[in-house]
Ligand binder design. Sequence first.
Ligand SMILES: Nc1ncnc2c1ncn2[C@@H]1O[C@H](COP(=O)(O)OP(=O)(O)OP(=O)(O)O)[C@@H](O)[C@H]1O
Length: 364
Amino acid sequence: MPSYWGPPVSEIQIELANIDKHYGAFHALKNVSLSIEKGSFVALVGPSGCGKSTLLRSLAGLESISGGTIKIAGEVINNVPPRKRDVAMVFQSYALYPHMTVAENLTYSLRIKGIKKDVARRSAEEIATTTGLTGLLDRYPRELSGGQRQRVAMGRAIIRNPKAFLFDEPLSNLDAALRVHMRKEIRALHDRLGATSVYVTHDQIEAMTMADHVVVMRDGVIEQQGSPLDLYDRPVSKFVAGFIGSPAMNFLPGTIGADGMSVGLDIEGAPSLPLGRKAEAGQKVTVGLRPEHLVAADPAVAALRLPVAVVESTGSMTYLTTATVPELTVVETRRIDAKAGDTIGVSIAPGHVHLFDAVSEKAI
Ligand SMILES: Nc1ncnc2c1ncn2[C@@H]1O[C@H](COP(=O)(O)OP(=O)(O)OP(=O)(O)O)[C@@H](O)[C@H]1O
C-alpha cells in the first residue's frame, strides 16, 4: 500500500518463520526467523558451519526443512519445488554449461520455456550490456576469465527476472583485487535492477560493504542482525564484536570499579577507564577496544606503555601488535617510527569502551 506521509511502507519479500533443520541428530538451524524487505541486500555471515548455506539452500528449495514456514512474496512455498520458487541462485562454482556459449548459457532458461531463438538472442544481448559481457556472447566458458564467468552466472540469474537473487559465496574463487571489484559490480547491479538479494559469505568485510542488512549467524541461530554500522558500533555479544571488524577488536579482562562508573583493566600499571554510564560495581568483565581506538601516543603521557612485538606498514596504515598477554593490535593512519622491541605509549579514545559480561559474554 503506498504511503503518502513519511517514508514508504516497506514490503516484505521473503519471510522465514521458525525454521528448523536437522541433519539426522545434528540440529543445523534452530528456530530461525528472518524478514527480508523487498529491494534490500541482506548478507548472511558467520564462521564455517554456522548454518548460513543451509538457510540459503532451504530458501532455494535445495534443502528440505524440518519445521517452520518460508514465504516468498506473501506465498508459502514450503512444498514448492526449487525451479518453481522463482528465485535465482548464483554459486561460487558459476555452474555454467561448458559445452554452451555465453549466449546459450544466458538464455538456457528462456529456451526451455520455448522462447524463439532470435528473441532469446536479443535478451542475451541486453543482458550482456547490463553485465559487461558485450562482445563475448559467442565464447565458451573456458575462454573467459573468472570475473567474466561470474558475470555470466549473474546474467543467467538476471534473465529469469526472479523474485530474489540468492548468492552462495559467489566471489570465493576470485583473486583479492577482482573480488573487491566484483562486489561493487554486484551491488551496483542489485541497485539498478531494484532486486532483492540474499548473499552468503564468511567474509565480514564483504558483508559489511555490500549489504544494507547484515545477519550474523552462530551455531544455527541468528546472533544479531542490523545495519553494518549498527553491528560494528553496538555488538550484542563478544562473538559479534570479535567477528565484525578487521583487524579484530581487542579483548582484555577487567573489573568494574567500586563507583560503577569506571573499569579497571587487569593489567599491571593500566589506568581505570571512565565509562560515562553506570555498571555493576565489582563485576568481572571483558573489555573490548577496537584497534583504531587505541592511539599511539608519547610514552610520557600515554595511558599505557606497551612493548611492541610486530610492526606492519601498508603505506597508508601501520599495524602494531604488542608483546603482551593478551596481545593488542593498534592501528594508526599516521606513519610511526617504531620497531619490534620498542616500547610505545598507547592512549585509549574516550567513549569507545565496549563491555561484555565475563561469563555470559553478552554486551553490558
Ligand atoms: N548433508 C549434510 N549432512 C549432515 N550435516 C550437514 C549436511 N550439510 C551441512 N551439514 C552440517 O550443518 C552445519 C551447517 O552447514 P552449512 O553448510 O550451512 O554451514 P556454513 O555456515 O554455510 O559453513 P561454510 O562457510 O563452511 O559453508 C555444519 O556443521 C555442517 O557440517
